[in-house]
Ligand binder design. Structure first.
Ligand code: WTA
Length: 636
């Protein structure tokens, strides 16, 4: 047997050393023994950091849905693949078996084909967390269409930008969604967005909330009647290893979102392998990741990774606070969840509520707890450990990114001793490096620097859709022959990694990546605004919150400032989505700038964080006097 399943620390070190000594043979063995291929690869890996270009398992042919569904049918056809827990706890949970998932995916795939979708076409999926979302993703993969899932909390403008960037031919959406006690008019958002999209020919609509939406003649179709008459078998499209599987947008420091392109074989192998090890999944377990499939965590660790391992994966439609703050724990109890994976922001929010919400439920089924998306602070870690894991469940603090496709640095339960706030050690095949600002690698322990990865891994994003130059500039130009993550990290005395946060202009708010530039662009559209600068500052629950400094066009602006604040936030909500709203907005007459005219965000960050004891040298600024004004008017 290969090194697919690591069970103790000695084994981890052995496997890790082997994986670094000879990455090709390491991954080849895993790919050979644990997946289904139509044709074997000619070459495990070829790469060139200059171009940059990375190819894994070139020449191989496969279909990822056969690996995630078909091959399990003989042995576990009647096992639950997806366990759907609806928003409303009174609505019955749905156990979709592997057999049923197969039929649903094939029917949906046949509908897509009948609607003219072919291999390589882009399909935008804008759905709430209902089974059709997972089914639509897999149906695209079945026929070789490239899915682009857009989180259903994004605004119509953000949706349109993403649809246009990759020229999607179709949108799959629903009439609306349930979110706690609210319903959201998703179809209305799609209609609004599509006014600006010429490429979309068809909109398939799931009836989720029975709201009787308007259907545009010739473009919109209810999905269910089409599924009712579709065949329940669909031959999988045979894909090349490096054929694109999906596009997923992530914010960047500047401008438009980046459509990260993930390809088929490497992504499959790496997400399956990491799922198995990081969660120590075993037959009979019930695994639950609370993320939305609109983010990479949901792609890799609700859909592809779990299903490739024949797991039972819970999909939750609702929110942690509905009908009350015990909902997560009620679900763990009800479905006897064994692995639970969530974001630190959710833990912090729930830790603030009465412990009765936790104590009411039996959480003894839990074996492994995970976190992802942002650094977890010590207090939240201990609360999770004591109250949810009852001090008997290993916690995996998993560091990774949309770009990395899968988990990169994480403890392996029962192998790696965990320390709060440390993501600990790299997974097999992952070679981290810390770099200084001059581009030199910082060797040894008890050091910190910019986190890079110095050797390719199978699930790395291959390009940015339509903009390979930006891919090169963003990830491969800061340091030679390395992938630059945009994060800072420290390595402690035993070699454990702790992620210290972004070193670029991306702020992680409640675990979501937000580029400050697109938010500034949105604010600057307001007729009264001359200029703006956004920074992050520490926030008790969200990890970071957004602070905006805004210069108005008329210094004597007489309008009510609170109204202006509301208008600015409304604009951000319309352009990007409610997640990007600012917590604090300070109006100012100027912003500290360098002599070349660049805003000194470092200073603004410190002021917003109430950390003004050491602002550094401000004398070289173009306008040093403005610093005092900004400090005097800071919003506490
Ligand atoms: C941050 C989410 C600290 C980091 C999978 C990264 C983390 C960004 C952790 C990627 C963690 C993610 N500890 N920080 N365990 N996990 N991050 O693309 O800054 O939504 O660069 O992928 O989240 O966010 P993304």
């Amino acid at each position: 047997m290969s090194n697919y399943h690591i069970k103790h620390l000695e084994e981890y070190f052995q496997v890790y050393r082997k994986s670094v000594r000879n990455p090709e043979s390491y991954w080849e063995e895993i790919a050979e023994e644990h997946f289904m291929w139509h044709k074997r690869w000619d070459n495990v890996l070829s790469y060139d950091f200059e171009k940059p270009e990375f190819k894994w398992f070139e020449g191989a042919q496969l279909n990822i849905t056969e690996n995630c569904i078909d091959r399990h049918l003989r042995t576990r056809g009647d096992q639950t693949a997806i366990l759907f827990e609806p928003n409303n706890p009174d609505e019955e949970a749905l156990h979709i078996t592997y057999n049923e998932l197969h039929d649903r995916v094939c029917k949906m795939a046949n509908v897509l084909k009948a609607e003219g979708i072919e291999k390589g076409d882009r399909v935008c999926i804008y759905l709430p967390m209902i089974p059709e979302l997972a089914v639509a993703v897999l149906a695209c993969a079945r026929i070789g269409a490239i899915h682009s899932v857009v989180f259903a909390g994004f605004s119509s403008t953000a949706l349109a930008t993403r649809i246009n960037d990759s020229n999607c031919k179709m949108v799959i959406t629903s009439d609306g969604s349930f979110r706690g006690s609210k319903t959201i008019d998703l179809k209305g958002i799609v209609d609004e967005g599509l006014k600006k999209c010429d490429s979309v020919e068809t909109v398939l609509v799931v009836n989720r909330i029975d709201s009787g939406v308007e259907m545009k003649e010739g473009r919109d179709k209810w999905l269910q009647p089409l599924l009712d008459t579709a065949e329940a078998t669909c031959e999988p499209e045979i894909m090349d290893a490096e054929d694109p599987l999906f596009i997923l947008y992530t914010s960047g420091s500047t401008g438009t979102p980046k459509g990260m392109v993930h390809t088929t074989a490497g992504y499959m192998v790496y997400t399956a392998f990491t799922f198995k090890n990081v969660f120590q999944y075993r037959d009979g377990d019930v695994y639950w990741c609370t993320a939305d499939i609109g983010w990479i965590t949901g792609h890799s660790y609700i859909v592809y990774g779990p299903l490739a391992n024949g797991a039972t994966s819970v999909m939750f439609e609702g929110v942690p606070s509905y009908p009350d703050y015990g909902r997560f724990w009620e679900i763990v109890d009800k479905h006897k969840v064994t692995q639970f994976y969530t974001a630190p922001t959710a833990i912090r929010a729930l830790a603030k509520e009465n412990l009765e919400h936790v104590e009411k439920y039996d959480l003894s089924s839990l074996k492994v707890l995970g976190t992802v998306g942002e650094p977890i602070n010590e207090e939240a870690w201990h609360w999770y450990d004591e109250n949810i894991g009852k001090k008997k469940c290993p916690i995996v603090d998993t560091w990774w990114q949309t770009e990395t496709g899968g988990i990169m640095i994480s403890p392996i339960p029962y192998s790696t001793p965990a320390i709060p706030t440390f993501a600990t050690l790299p997974l097999p095949g992952i070679q981290p490096a810390l770099m200084d600002e001059e581009g030199k690698e910082i060797k040894g322990n008890q050091v910190d620097g910019r986190l890079c990865i110095k050797f390719p891994w199978p699930s790395m994003a291959r390009t940015i859709w339509g903009n390979h130059q930006r891919y090169k500039d963003t990830y491969f130009s800061a340091f030679k022959n390395m992938y630059f993550t945009g994060d800072g990290a420290l390595r402690d005395s035993v070699g454990y990694y702790r992620i210290t946060g972004r070193v670029d202009d991306v702020v992680i708010v409640s675990g979501h990546n937000l580029g400050t530039a697109p938010i500034e662009d949105a604010i600057n559209e307001h007729p009264a605004v001359a200029e703006s600068a956004i920074v992050g500052y520490p926030h008790e629950v969200k990890g970071n919150a957004l602070y905006g400094y805004v210069i108005l066009k008329e210094t004597g602006e007489t309008r009510n400032q609170d109204n202006l604040r509301k208008e600015i936030n409304q604009l951000i909500s319309d352009r990007i989505g409610p997640i990007a709203k600012l917590d604090k907005i300070q109006f100012t007459s100027g912003l500290p700038k360098t002599r070349s005219g660049k805003i000194m965000r470092r200073i603004l960050r410190k002021i917003a964080s109430n950390d003004t004891s050491n602002l550094g040298d401000t004398s070289t600024l173009l306008n040093p006097e403005v610093v005092q004004e900004v400090m005097d008017n800071v919003i506490k």
